[in-house]
Design a binder for this molecule. Sequence first.
Ligand SMILES: Cc1ncc(C[n+]2csc(CCOP(=O)(O)OP(=O)(O)O)c2C)c(N)n1
Ligand SMILES: [Mg+2]
Length: 556
Amino acid sequence: MATVDGGRLVVDALKREGVEYIFSLSGGHINAIYQACLDSGIRVIDTRHEQAAAHMAEAWGRLTGKPGVCVVTAGPGFTDAVTGVANACQSHSPLLVITGRSGVHETETLALQELEQIDIVRPLIKWGRVVYQTHRIDEFTAMAFRHGMTGRPGPVFLEIPVDVLNRKVEESKVVRPEGYRPRHAPGGARQGIEEAIELLRGAERPCVIAGSGVHYAGAGRELEAFADLIGVPVLTAGMGQGLLAKDDANFIGSPLQGLGILAGCDVVLLLGVRLGLFMGQGKPPFLPADAKVIQVDIEGGEIGRNRKVDVGIVGDAKEILAQMIEEVERKPFSHGAWLESAGPKAREAAKGMMSAVPGFDKEEPIHPARLMQEIRDFLDDDAVVVADGGDTQVWTMMGLGVSRPGVQLSSGPFGCLGVGIPYALAAKLRYPERQVLTTMGDGSAGLNIMEFNTALRFDLPIVMVISNDCSWGMIRHSQNAAYGPGRLIGCELGDVAYEKVVEALGGYGERVERAAEIRPALERAFASGKPACLNVFTDRDVTTPMGAMLAQLGAA
Ligand SMILES: Cc1ncc(C[n+]2csc(CCOP(=O)(O)OP(=O)(O)O)c2C)c(N)n1
Ligand SMILES: [Mg+2]
């Protein structure tokens, strides 16, 4: 009589979904899953902290559009991963977390690592269950994929008690699901499409903002075709960055880079982009108060968040763009003249944003804007860029753009410091042939720096560039603005040789203090072929426009 254990059933379900890696840190409660991975060819990427495993899995999900899989052990393994789940929750990233648990039979016995785990993550997940029957593990894993991949993505969660996982059941009793999730996404209501196109036809200065929803819908080609067809300037945000190439005639930059053109527009088409912090909550200076708004989102609950919307369409961005293209083709129009008059100026303004900053040309201390420009000028067109840190992340968002879809990563609205190294590692795993660089505040660098050990063990030569202001800069600046220079507290970090930490772990490191040294140091870091850290000392007195905005809100 053929039998199978729970670990094998988890792995069978993962294999059916094409999973190649699990991101994890070991523990007795999940040994059965590891053993099944050994036999099945799924690779276990084990990190030095479960938070990093969750961030890596989340990044994998963002990069591939399919849930990244994080497997953690019971109790502290699980709680360590919660920050990663929360980050995925706020960014709606595809993520499956599988956690071990103490056995059902030992409930309330003060067993090792016993904890009511699912209650802790319930507010953070799209769907989650405890699996109590071994023969249904495959079925529950399939359910997790269905909930994670249908509609708007988000984290899903399975908790498998160790006795359920380790038990062997007869193969003939196992539930093996088939055809358990849809293969097609929903289009938009016909009338909404017509109303949207009428608004765009009547516009004088329309703009499109394309966000993560367009990335997850895989609608880059449709976006390009639609923008080209109606001659409209396009800004890209979140995981939508890179959907149009830098030299595409319709492409302007990110919303932050394109505030100038947005200020003058009369109709805005929002495609899979939420009106949160990074969109100024849909208000000026991001969207003009009197602009008409068309909002397309896979999640109805996003439509009308923070401002009045004139046309709201619920559905998948790829389907809806195809419908919009059809509608325009029936009765064509173009705003090419507006694009030609406003586009080049807006593009130049976006490009020159960094060099226009006072202090940009100084050799020492290096201005963070200069650092970003040097990185941008150095990187290949298909490089992956990750941003982490406070002010450092904002400078990165202002100064660095990507030219490929789905390869610019930052924490998102959760504002979670420490994602940079795990995100970069996942990106290098996904794109081994490309340059992968993460910018990083010095404070943020400290949070997951041990993952350079993971980088070494799995031969993932990422490059981390620290903009080192020897402090938790964004908070120091906001304290200074709100309470005055005599009231700074809890923000100083001192001069730390992070490059030596990375060297000690087996990587490559350099300290950089002059602007002219940045490019040669980048060349050496990438040429080393090792995971590398450039510890670049930057001007600690400059702050970003976003930092100043947050200081005013008291929200940094
Ligand atoms: C995990 C986490 N802890 C604390 C904060 C609050 N916070 C926001 S910005 C910031 C300072 C970041 O310092 P650093 O990484 O050095 O970047 P810098 O602002 O100096 O460029 C802090 C502590 C946060 N966003 N995330
Ligand atoms: Mg700092």
